[in-house]
Every structure is written in C-alpha cells, then in structure tokens.
Design a protein around this ligand. Structure first.
Ligand code: XLS
Ligand code: NI
Ligand code: NI
Length: 439
C-alpha cells in the first residue's frame, strides 16, 4: 500500500526528558495506572473530518493544508487515499479508534441512491483496512448540516421533505456504523436550532426532533444495533440557539419525551466553554445523572467566542476531566475523541503528528495526576468533611426523609447558634497544583 507520511516514523514513548518532537513524553500506552493500561483508560480516537477531510478554510480564505492525497485524480480516488492515510496515521500514532461522519469518508452523488452507493464502496474498503490494521470504530454519525438542503435544519426543519431525507440519511449512517462494528452512534445538533423566533415554531421543531430520535431508537432495535446512542450538546454555532444547548438542557428534553433511557452524552470541551461552563462541569453533570457516554477532547480559546477545536494542551483542565472519568469508573464504550484541528497556519503534514502527540500527552498527564489525586482521596476527604452535618443528627434525618418544614422549624427555633466553616478553595487549588508539579 502507498505510504503517505514516509518521513515520520512510528511514534514511541521516550519519557518526559525527551527532546524529540516526534515522541511521546507522557503517553506510554502500556503503563498501568490503577489496574488498567493508559491505552485502556484513554481509548484515544482520531477524528476523520478534521484530520483527513478538513482543508483549513475559514470565513476569510480557502484551505491551506498540504496533504499527500492532494494529487488524487477524482473524488473516489481521493476518498480511498484518505482512508489509507487514516490507517497509516493511526498505526504511527498508536491510536486504536477513529470516528467519522458519512460525508467525511465518501463524496455525495447526484441522488441519494448514488450517494449511498459511493458510501458503500468506501465502507467496504474501510472494513478491509480495519481488519488489516486491527482498528476499531468508536462512532459514526451523519453530516446533516453541510449540504444546502439542511439550510433550515434536518430533524427540526420546516420542510417535511428534508425531514424525510434526514431520516433516510441517518438510517444509512446507522447501517454503516453497524457494518463497521461501531461502538457508539452520535447525534450532534448540526443545524437543529433557530436563528429567529419570528419565523420559528419552537414547539413543533422540538416535538419533531423527539420523533426523529424515537425512530432512530426503533430502527436500531430492528437492525440489532447495540452500540450506545450519544447526543452531543452545543449551545450555539451554526445556529444562534441550538436545541441541545448543554447536558442539563438535553436531559430535560430527553425526560420530557421519555427518551432518557436510550441516550447518553458525548461531551465536547469547546462546547462546554461556549455554554459558559467548564468541561469538568459538563462531565460532572453527566456523571451524577448516569449519562456520561464519551468525550470530544479539544479546547477553545478563552478570548474567542467560537468552536476553535484546538488540540487540548491545558493540563489543569485535562486533570479535572480525567478525574471525573475515573470517578465514573471509566469512559468505555465511549472514548477520548480528538475533535480538534491544527491551526490554519500549521499546514504541513508533520503538524498532524505534532498536534496529536501534544493532545495525547496532555490527556495522559491529566490521567496520571487525576489518578493520584483520587487515590489519595484528597478532595474526597475534604468534601466528606465539608458535608459531615448530613451524616449525623438533623442532617441525617433530612437525607433519610424523616423531617418536614414543621419539624425543621422546631429544630431551627431551638438551635440558636449556626456555625459555618471555610470552604478552603485556595488551599484545594494549591493542592491540585502540587499534584501536577509532583507527577
Ligand atoms: C461540531 C461538533 C461535531 C460533532 C460531530 O461542533 O463537534 O464535530 O462532534 O458531528
Ligand atoms: Ni464534537
Ligand atoms: Ni464542536
């Protein structure tokens, strides 16, 4: 098979003193952290759209990426070259999983039937290469936002013909995901939202979205797709207001329509920050509600208000998110998908490797620090001490449901002294720093 990145060797772990840019400093796949290898904990995933398909265009200019597949003679040849390069990248980076949208891997044809045929041809090739390279599909999804037909949305469009098309496209994307043994299927809101309420029937759009999800659940049962269904919240972009705003909003939506048992969340760092939350907040809300499914690990720029999809390099954020993952008992069958792209000016093929290495090292370091924090139960001991009043006396009665407003009033009237204690935030922040420094 063609080699696309002949100048880049297989990336090895060389440890934190290495000066070799093409080596891992923290990610050591076989290193055991708390009974599991790093590889098992992290379940790193390559995002096909950013890595193979994305060209680096922005609203002010065309693509800049120099890619070894730029010489392809036609669309199908290009799709095949990218697929081959995908597996070479995964082999060289030691990544086991990848994720894609239907339209990332194969071009659209003139009709839906034609498009499906092209997709089938690439999927067959993909399956062959997956077996050959021993790689797996973390999730598949349908791109229902790029083509102009989705100008008013897909499942929340005002046009019933588009709703039908979206259903057909999702059905096919589910078939393909099943065919490739995908462990999850993702629904990200795409253009499911609105620009102005002056022309929007918000109630109907949300009811239709729920109808669409129910049909997906029914179809999965019909074809025996047992992968996990994931919804990926995002507050805005491309529409002004997206219906899947954040984890809490999606939970409310799923509960209203009795869909909560069928879906978990795929949480993206940059979407959390766009919703004015930390990544940890979103992951924690999902965890305590039992819906933490998978992660799109990237990061935004605190000075910019859009989804910049940068590779994660912030160790503090990585630590706190891995802390939630460990508290959750792991992320499988989800994984850590790098929904991230190199900057427009990082256009050389080698930048692909350098950015994945940066992201993988950051998450590996976060895992190690989070594990020591959790193992020493530093935050846990502090937290249980902080809430101690709920494990004895009146607090215990509150938790056990033994009191009401009247009995609490009686207690409060008799209890003349209330004494609070410090929350010790700065101390705890310095403890986390200490764990980061010492690792
Ligand atoms: C866009 C989303 C998208 C999903 C998959 O902002 O992050 O890439 O992850 O459709
Ligand atoms: Ni994403
Ligand atoms: Ni995103």
């Amino acid at each position: 098979m063609r080699e696309y990145f002949a100048n880049v060797p297989k990336i090895k772990y060389e440890g934190k003193d290495s000066k070799n840019p093409l080596a891992f400093k923290y990610y050591n796949p076989d290193e055991v952290v708390g009974g599991k290898t790093m590889k098992e904990h992290l379940r790193f995933t390559l995002s096909y759209w950013h890595t193979l398909t994305g060209a680096g265009s922005d609203p002010f200019g065309v693509g800049t990426m120099l890619r070894p597949w730029d010489c392809a003679e036609d669309e199908m040849e290009l799709a095949k070259m990218r697929m081959e390069a995908n597996f070479e990248l995964m082999d060289k980076l030691g990544i086991e999983y990848f994720a894609f949208h239907d339209r990332d891997i194969a071009p659209e044809g003139k009709t839906l039937a034609d498009t499906n045929e092209k997709l089938d041809e690439i999927v067959a090739y993909c399956k062959e290469l997956m077996q050959k390279h021993g790689k797996k599909l973390l999730w598949g999804t349908a791109n229902m936002f790029g083509n102009p037909r989705f100008v008013h949305g897909a499942a929340t469009t005002c046009n019933a013909d588009v709703f039908a098309y979206a259903a057909a496209q999702t059905k096919k994307a589910m078939d393909v995901t099943k065919e490739l043994g995908g462990e999850n299927y993702v629904f990200w809101g795409g253009r499911e939202g609105y620009e102005t309420l002056l022309n929007t029937d918000l109630g109907l759009e949300q009811d239709n979205l729920a109808r669409f999800f129910q049909m997906a659940v029914d179809y999965a049962k019909k074809i025996g797709f047992t992968g996990q269904f994931l919804i990926e919240p995002k507050p805005k972009e491309p529409t002004k207001h997206q219906y899947d705003f954040d984890v809490a909003t999606v939970l409310g939506f799923l509960r209203k329509y009795n869909l909560e048992k069928y879906f978990k969340m795929n949480i993206e760092a940059n979407h959390a920050t766009l919703a004015q939350h930390t990544f940890q907040h979103e992951v924690a809300v999902a965890r305590v509600n039992g819906v933490l499914g998978s992660l799109d690990v990237n990061q935004g720029d605190p000075n910019l208000g859009w989804d910049t999809d940068q590779f994660p390099t912030n160790i503090y954020d990585a630590t706190m998110v891995m802390y939630e993952v460990l508290k959750n008992g792991g992320i499988a069958p989800g994984g850590l998908n790098f929904d991230a792209k190199t900057r427009r000016a990082s256009f050389e093929p080698e930048d692909l490797f350098l950015s994945y290495i940066a992201g993988m090292d950051t998450m590996a370091k976060g895992l190690r620090v989070a594990y020591s924090l959790l193992d020493d139960a530093v935050l846990e001991n502090n937290t249980s001490e902080r809430y101690k009043t709920f494990s004895e006396g009146i607090g215990k009665d509150i938790v056990e449901g033994k009191v009401d407003f009247e009995s609490l009033e009686k207690y409060a009237l008799e209890n003349s002294v209330i004494s609070n204690k410090s929350g010790r935030q700065e101390y705890l922040e310095s403890v986390v720093n200490q764990y980061i420094f010492n690792d």
